[in-house]
Design a protein around this ligand. Structure first.
Ligand code: S3P
Length: 184
């Protein structure tokens, strides 16, 4: 005779309610702005992975890249995301490159209650929006490799549970679209 499912069994974890909305996408896609709006609407806290890394290291992202190199930054990034993914009722904004770490991708795509959302902006939009922020964004300053990075990341972002094209939307529109799509 089939046994009734026990609450808390592995099968049960797939039916957990939404606990975390994680925003991914290239620099300038609006992850922090939309994340803050959404968090306000939901009355959940918003955490920005870059801000967390800077606060813990006592250094800006640009200083971490300069002093310790990009691989060190990527490791801090993964560890910070892993730690934050343990929290419930949270809107989380990732840095644009976090998606390239397969451990981070697996974590965000398979942790029950986590919804990974891609804010999909074209490179043209990104260049306009990020103009003048090169000093704070070492990856943007690395212009010769920027387009290749964008193209390499695009299929990875699109693995997200949901992708929203944002070029023609205001941050408020994006937050509202997201709430509609997720029935929040
Ligand atoms: C990066 C994006 C930045 C920051 C770091 C590296 C990237 O975050 O994490 O400068 O590799 O695209 P934003 O996407 O919030 O600008």
């Amino acid at each position: 005779m089939p046994q009734p499912e026990v609450a808390g069994s592995p099968a049960d974890s797939f039916h957990l309610p939404l606990q975390r909305i994680v925003l991914t996408g290239f620099m300038g896609a609006g992850k922090s702005t939309v994340g803050r709006l959404l968090a306000l609407d939901l009355n959940w806290p918003f955490r920005d992975v870059d801000d967390e890394i800077e606060a813990a290291a006592g250094l800006s992202i640009a200083e971490i890249f300069r002093t310790h190199g990009e691989p060190h930054f990527r490791e801090l990034e993964h560890q910070t995301i892993r730690q934050l993914t343990g929290q419930d009722r949270l809107v989380l904004g990732l840095g644009g490159g976090a998606i390239e770490d397969p451990r981070t991708r697996d974590l965000l795509l398979s942790t029950p209650g986590t919804h990974l959302v891609h804010l999909d902006a074209s490179l043209e939009t990104i260049l306009v929006r990020c103009h003048g922020t090169e000093a704070d964004r070492p990856v943007l300053a690395d212009r010769p490799n920027l387009e290749a990075r964008y193209q390499r990341r695009l299929p990875l972002y699109r693995l997200a549970h949901l992708s929203i094209p944002v070029d023609t939307l205001t941050p408020e529109d994006v937050a509202q679209t997201l709430r509609q799509k997720l029935s929040l």
